[in-house]
Design a protein around this ligand. Structure first.
Ligand SMILES: Nc1nc2c(c(=O)[nH]1)N(C=O)[C@@H](CNc1ccc(C(=O)N[C@@H](CCC(=O)O)C(=O)O)cc1)CN2
Ligand SMILES: Nc1nc2c(ncn2[C@@H]2O[C@H](COP(=O)(O)OP(=O)(O)OP(=O)(O)O)[C@@H](O)[C@H]2O)c(=O)[nH]1
Ligand SMILES: [K+]
Length: 454
């Protein structure tokens, strides 16, 4: 393992806290920190041991009382020699300790640089490094589960299995190339075809988890639409449990879309309250209605709200039917609101649910309905592996295309070298997921998502 020059950063959030941690990793990190440490000689201490002492500045004054943990290479998160300094959690104290270390000739770490080093040192595959960022950014418990699965290497295991299958297929192709004269080709062909078809369907199966994975990781974009005064803002406030959106009896109160995060049963919903739909002369309101339409188009889940205290006009019926058909595969939920107000209207329309946000009627049922519909037709169980990143999905998609192209070549009786080209390309795509094959740009875009100190 080659160790790079040492880097340092505060690994805990900036702010007042009980303690804060400064991380130092790289060549001679222990000796470096030891220069500023008053206590035991850190140079002679074992890996994974903790030591009490003081950090002293160049003028010989104590900066803080600390606990220092040392990790000897390669047994650390980064694989490099690493020191963690736990100091008192004040903003200024923490900054002073960091500056004391930087003054020893240690460079400030870039965002994600520790994890990047862990990747370069083979401690983590690229997909695992990405999972670290996902874990940190996770906003729901299902997103945490998915990131943990990936961090544990579950995606990597699948990729490694696919790789082995392709290598096996390549070996068969090459065998055929060697014995082309001896007519072993035919016996092999069926076996090879079976292997590639299996691979194709396994990749497809993994790819199919992406739709769920995306919802779990990014949240379900849930758009509330309907006529002015239908009760959209009231419902949003009821769900999130605070007065996020302004509610008044004036139709046309909500002028712009309003976003609020709401979690239910481990799933994150990104609720979007929209301006009530109507023709309007008001330019601001008209722009709001335009934005409502846009939000609708990007939705993962649509809730159309209809005020049950108002008669149902034909225009409204048409509008609903229109939205429903435009929603296509996006789940569409029709909710009757203000069920607490009596009406003698005969409802010819099937509502999924009739609620009263004001009285809290059937809100529990609504929450469950939202969750069920959001994940309908999507197999989800907490232990299953999900593809959650577009980068992985794209690479898997390309792998699949190469495998299919190999199958086609086989079917058309093309020679082995054609198959080899496809198989090699498939292998390369898989390698980009785990990071065996990568480039500067990909790494930059991945690690720049991290915070400093990770
Ligand atoms: N204080 C602290 N807490 C932390 C981290 C850290 O770096 N420091 N982590 C960072 O994100 C996570 C834990 N990840 C870690 C992964 C590996 C090793 C490590 O020392 N690995 C050695 C030894 C393993 C062993 O003894 O079995 C190794 O891999 O060889 C440490 C932390 C979360 N909590
Ligand atoms: N009785 C009753 N009134 C409700 C209920 N939900 C909302 N309202 C009232 O209906 C009016 C409009 O509610 P909003 O939540 O502002 O409706 P909106 O659909 O967001 O309205 P716009 O911003 O105009 O699009 C307010 O006076 C609410 O108090 C309900 O369940 N029952
Ligand atoms: K209103």
């Amino acid at each position: 393992m080659t160790q790079q020059p040492p880097i340092a950063a505060i690994a805990t959030p900036v702010g007042e806290g009980g303690i804060a941690v400064i991380r130092v990793s790289g060549l001679n990190a222990i000796a470096k920190v030891n220069e500023a440490f008053k206590g035991k000689d850190l140079n002679t201490q074992d890996t994974h041991t903790v030591h009490f002492g003081k950090v002293m500045n160049k003028q010989g004054f104590p900066v803080d009382e600390v606990l220092v943990t040392i990790f000897r290479s390669p047994r650390s998160y980064t694989g490099e020699e690493t020191v963690e300094i736990s100091c008192h959690g004040g903003v200024l104290v923490t900054q002073s300790v960091l500056e004391t270390i930087l003054a020893l000739g240690v460079r400030s770490a870039e965002p994600g640089e520790f994890t990047q080093r862990a990747f370069l040192n083979g401690k983590l595959d690229l997909d695992q490094a990405e999972a670290v960022a996902d874990l940190i950014h996770a906003k729901s418990s299902k997103a945490v589960d998915a990131a943990h699965q990936q961090l544990e290497g579950r995606l990597g295991e699948h990729i490694k299995k696919f790789r082995q299958q392709i290598i096996d297929a390549t070996a068969m192709v090459e065998l055929e190339l060697d014995f082309i004269e001896e007519d072993v080709e035919f016996a092999n062909k069926e076996q090879l075809q079976k292997l590639l078809e299996e691979l194709d369907s396994e990749i497809t199966e993994l790819l199919e988890t992406y739709e769920t994975g995306r919802l779990v990781k990014d949240g379900v974009k849930t758009v509330l639409i309907g006529r002015p005064n239908a009760g959209k803002s009231t419902l949003l406030n009821t769900l999130v449990g605070s007065d996020r959106a302004i509610v008044t009896e004036i139709a046309g109160t909500t002028r712009d879309t309003i976003d609020a995060d709401w979690s239910y049963d481990g799933l994150l919903f990104k609720l979007i309250d929209t301006a009530g739909l109507r023709e309007t002369e008001d330019v601001i309101e008209a722009e709001g209605v335009k934005r409502s339409q846009k939000a609708f188009e990007q939705a993962d889940l649509v809730i159309y709200l209809k005020d049950l205290s108002q008669p149902f006009s034909d225009i409204e019926r048409k509008e609903i039917a229109d939205f429903q058909s435009r929603a296509k595969d996006t789940p569409f939920i029709l909710i009757g609101t203000k069920a607490d107000i009596e009406t003698d209207e005969e409802w010819r329309t099937e509502f999924d649910l009739k609620i009263s946000a004001l009285e809290g009627e059937r809100i529990k049922e609504l929450k469950q309905l939202l969750k069920d519909r959001a994940l309908e037709n999507k197999h989800y169980d907490a232990s299953s592996l999900l593809v959650t990143s577009t980068r992985h999905r794209d690479a898997l998609q390309k792998t699949k295309e190469h495998v299919q192209s190999a199958l086609q070549a086989l079917d058309q009786g093309m020679t082995g070298d054609f198959l080899s080209i496809d198989l090699r390309a498939a292998l390369k795509e898989l390698g980009t997921i785990t990071g065996e094959i990568t480039n500067e740009d990909v790494l930059d875009s991945i690690f720049s998502r991290f915070c400093i100190g990770k």
